[in-house]
Design a protein around this ligand. Structure first.
Ligand SMILES: *[C@@H]1O[C@H](CO)[C@@H](O)[C@H](O)[C@H]1NC(C)=O
Ligand SMILES: *[C@@H]1O[C@H](CO)[C@@H](O)[C@H](O)[C@H]1NC(C)=O
Ligand SMILES: *[C@@H]1O[C@H](CO)[C@@H](O)[C@H](O)[C@H]1NC(C)=O
Ligand SMILES: *[C@@H]1O[C@H](CO)[C@@H](O)[C@H](O)[C@H]1NC(C)=O
Length: 499
């Protein structure tokens, strides 16, 4: 047995070290923008390759006109693929009821988890990845007070909640809660340092709380389950809205007594909110006075991103790969993958990742890539395969938002019905301010507007399109006033008028 496993291990390790070897040859640690290094320990090897940092950037820079043309064309085939996507679920019903619950997949996933942990250790010794940004520890560096708490949901997930506020305010004007965006976490809205949404709100004497959704780096604890089990990763946006938001809203209420919370967020924060209100009605939205949401996702049928439209066509493959390789986790925070991503986007060539984000999310220059060495300590974050598939199921279906479709047999087992229930978007009655992002190819403004129109009349507070931004600009904007200014002015007007 051992004799069989050891050569496999060696092979796997060598294979996984290839990209790292490449990274070591072509690049080195960053000091982009004169950013202070986060990790204090720099390996001897890293200091040798230091002088050749960012060596790929000029090459990619020369290619930029070509890349921009390609990303400009992407929406057209994206829309075509989107039209095909609803009809390409062949294996999924079978996969959902068999493969995902299977012990063999857990066994293969355990092997991959152990191997990648070893490779991650080696990688980290060669090119250290800085520690994760923790909002409670970052806040004091920018002159604010930070606090950290854990909140346990009714189904056992342990979620990190962070509070950031100014120590010099005599009282606070409002309590703001901010859940994380897609593939991101509680640090999403501090990436832009002094210009970030969190610090801007805190500077103006708002009491800011950063929330966590299960699966993200501050939400990998559970009272009973291991974060390497398929059962832990058996969740999607429904669970964020129906379990994670309520537990944290109640927690913030107990800490502040506020029943006038302001809910800020991007993309999936909208999805979670719609699920929460569909299931719980007024029970938790009565703690909210208003929401301010960038590119909120309710409907997603008109998605144009060529990458996500392709994934929507290939989602059976994604399900199978996720189940077989890593317990249904899209494992960006796997130590090996995180190390490769950090070194590529944070050290070797931030501009390459700038173009990758353009191709993924839309042709916008509003991506502040010089800050990537700071941000990529926390990016990209892990998510469950079902969470990605949930959005992919909507591609090409106009004005469609329902529960996850597991296929007839599994639907019957989970929901006691063969087709998934629709989500009643009109259950959301709290005043909502929607900011669609005009250059977004994922959450396109037409879908955001259609979602807005489906809200209860009392919820339609304002709708605005911010033209030059894409879906990732919510976290990475260069012109931060252009994206956050309208929502912050709206908040201030609401506070002044008592709305
Ligand atoms: C499969 O795993 C579950 C726990 O995840 C265990 O209860 C069950 O007995 C296992 N089945 C087999 C056939 O090993
Ligand atoms: C929260 O729980 C995690 C483990 O799930 C632990 O590592 C962390 O230190 C805890 N944080 C606080 C503030 O208690
Ligand atoms: C919340 O209100 C209760 C009852 O009025 C009070 O005892 C408590 O101190 C308040 N807590 C905070 C954090 O203001
Ligand atoms: C399942 O649905 C059927 C018919 O819709 C109903 O009679 C039955 O009580 C339901 N079972 C459960 C466990 O909810």
């Amino acid at each position: 047995m051992l004799a069989k496993i050891v050569p496999t291990m060696l092979f796997f390790k060598l294979w996984a070290l290839m990209p790292l070897a490449l990274l070591i040859v072509i690049g080195g640690p960053p000091h982009a923008n004169g950013e202070p290094q986060l990790g204090s320990a720099v390996s001897p090897l890293a200091s040798i390759v230091n002088p050749v940092r960012g060596i790929l950037d000029p090459v990619v820079g020369v290619l930029s006109p070509v890349v921009e043309v390609v990303t400009g064309l992407a929406p057209i085939p994206g829309a075509l693929l989107g039209a095909v996507a609803p009809h390409t679920d062949v294996l999924n019903p079978l996969l959902q009821s068999a493969l995902l619950q299977n012990n063999i997949t857990q066994f293969s996933s355990d092997i991959v988890t152990s191997l990648t942990a070893v490779v991650g250790l080696v990688a980290n010794a060669l090119l250290p990845v800085p520690p994760y940004l923790r909002p409670d520890q970052e806040a004091p560096k920018f002159g604010f007070v930070g606090e950290a708490y854990n909140v346990t949901t009714s189904d056992g997930y342990i979620l990190g909640v962070f509070r950031v506020r100014s120590g010099t305010c005599r009282s606070y004007r409002s309590v703001v809660i901010i859940p994380p965006g897609v593939l991101s976490n509680a640090a999403s809205f501090i990436f832009l340092k002094e210009n970030s949404l969190v610090y801007r709100l805190a500077r103006e004497c708002n009491d800011v709380w950063l929330l966590t959704f299960r699966g993200y780096i501050f939400g990998r604890g559970h009272t009973r389950l291991s974060d390497t089990s398929s059962e832990f990763w058996d969740y999607y946006q429904y669970h964020w809205g129906v379990y994670d938001l309520p537990a944290q809203i109640e927690f913030v209420y107990r800490k502040t007594n506020s029943t006038r919370m302001r809910y800020f967020g991007v993309d999936q924060s909208g999805t979670a909110l719609l699920f929460m209100n569909h299931v719980h009605g007024q029970r938790y939205q009565r703690f909210l006075a208003a929401t301010y949401l960038f590119a909120p996702i309710g409907y997603l049928g008109r998605l144009k991103s060529v990458v996500f439209a392709t994934l929507a066509v290939l989602r059976d493959g994604l399900t199978a790969a996720g189940a077989l390789v890593l317990h249904n986790e899209v494992a960006f925070m796997n130590p090996t993958i995180h190390s490769v991503l950090y070194n590529l986007c944070g050290r070797i060539s931030p501009i390459t990742c700038y173009y990758i984000f353009q191709i993924l999310a839309g042709n916008s220059r509003e991506i502040n890539y010089p800050l990537f060495p700071y941000m990529f300590a926390n990016l990209l974050d892990s998510i469950s395969v079902t969470t990605i598939n949930y959005y992919l199921q909507q591609v090409g279906k106009i004005n469609y938002m329902a529960y996850f479709d597991y296929g007839p047999a599994e639907n019957l087992r989970r929901y006691n019905r063969t087709t998934p229930e629709n989500v009643n978007i009109a259950a959301t009655t709290v005043p909502c301010n929607f900011y669609a992002l005009g250059s977004d190819s994922v959450t396109v403004p037409e879908d955001v507007l259609a979602t807005y129109r489906a809200l209860a009349p009392s919820a339609r507070a304002s709708f605005q399109v911010l033209d030059k931004y894409s879906g990732v600009s919510g976290l990475f904007a260069v012109d931060t006033e252009g994206i956050y200014g309208p929502a912050i002015r709206r908040l201030n007007a609401d506070l002044a008028s008592g709305a």
